[in-house]
Design a protein around this ligand. Structure first.
Ligand SMILES: NC(=O)c1ccc[n+]([C@@H]2O[C@H](COP(=O)([O-])OP(=O)(O)OC[C@H]3O[C@@H](n4cnc5c(N)ncnc54)[C@H](OP(=O)(O)O)[C@@H]3O)[C@@H](O)[C@H]2O)c1
Length: 295
């Protein structure tokens, strides 16, 4: 399987967490199709090493972004300039309990809240779309907006990851509802890479969990280039807003990208609104609607 995407000459993308895995391969395919891609990375050194490995006709540019830190998100958004497509890819999985610099549990802060803030801060500058990267794990999630710090439930690393990935899909649906209601020409789409062999399983702090995760991805996982195909589809093809794309085979773990379903919880409009309000409070950002169609 390889990426067959339309030419992207003259388009500017931001890909968060683009120095490795699915993000790097997303950036590689976009640069190969002629796009200007901003690799938004928490380590500029790792970003520069990744950028050096990308070949044109497009270009890659590295900018510092720690998406778990709202001050870094604000600084990035203030400097990045015009953007056509924002790809919210960066993520952590199964990490031990810790807080972001803003005091928010790290999965929620990195995988959802920082991207929520980044999207709101860039929305008035985007011309095309926002792509949200979720996971099959969202299907096993419960989101408790009143217990984001896990004090009532007791912290479980995988449940915290799954919760953040459910938050991604609730955000996708609510963002598209708001864009549509505002008459915006922007769209929000979603993607997941099924099972893809990347470094995401390597930060659990528990040897057995890291080994099991790596073994599972080694057994059924796609290559990062294959895993990036769903994101590329959601980022470049003419699909309706709120489309969610994932691999079509083996219970969405492998295969070519296709539109996929989501859990009942991910379709709950009340939960999506509640998450939106809490995310606005926590991030200090709010909805801007981008370009609006003439009446
Ligand atoms: N691999 C899978 O099977 C799978 C399945 C479902 C969903 N996903 C999703 O796919 C996305 C990409 O993951 P991957 O599998 O490609 O894993 P990966 O290779 O570990 O890539 C994750 C990227 O996110 C970056 N990142 C983490 N925290 C960050 C922060 N605070 N600020 C900025 N960047 C940060 C990492 O940067 P560093 O190098 O600095 O750590 C890395 O570049 C994630 O959203 C993940 O949830 C993956």
């Amino acid at each position: 399987m390889s990426a067959r995407i339309p030419p992207q000459v003259g388009r500017r993308f931001v890909v968060t967490g683009a120095n490795s895995g699915v993000g790097l391969e997303t950036a590689r395919a976009l640069v190969g199709a002629g796009a200007h891609v901003v690799l938004a990375c928490r380590s500029p050194d790792r970003g520069e090493r990744a950028a050096a490995d990308l070949t044109g006709p497009g270009e890659a540019e590295v900018r510092a972004l720690d998406v778990s830190d709202l001050s870094s998100v604000r600084a990035f958004a203030a400097e990045v300039g015009a953007v056509d497509v924002l790809v919210n890819n960066a993520g952590v999985m199964g990490v031990p309990f810790s807080h972001s610099p803003d005091g928010v549990e790290l999965h929620f802060a990195t995988n959802h809240l920082g991207h929520f803030a980044l999207t709101n801060l860039l929305l008035d500058r985007l011309t095309d779309r926002v792509v949200v990267v979720s996971s099959i794990a969202h299907r096993r999630a419960e989101l408790d907006v009143d217990d984001l710090d896990w004090s009532r439930r007791g912290y479980a690393a995988f449940a915290a990851y799954a919760q953040s990935k459910l938050a991604n899909l609730l955000f996708l649906a609510e963002l598209q509802r708001r864009l549509t209601a505002a008459g915006s020409t922007l769209r929000a789409t979603g993607a997941h890479p099924g099972s893809t062999a990347t470094g995401i399983t390597g930060h659990t702090g528990r040897g057995w969990a890291t080994a099991v995760g790596g073994w599972g991805h080694g057994l059924v996982g796609m290559s990062p280039a294959e895993g990036a195909l769903s994101t590329l589809y959601a980022a470049t093809m003419d699909v309706p807003g709120n489309t969610y794309v994932g691999p079509g085979k083996l219970r969405e773990m492998r295969g070519r990208p296709t539109a996929v379903g989501r859990s009942r919880a991910a379709l709950d409009p009340d939960l999506a609104k509640k998450l939106w309000c809490r995310s606005e409070e926590l991030s200090g950002t709010s909805f801007g609607c981008g370009p609006v169609s003439p009446p």
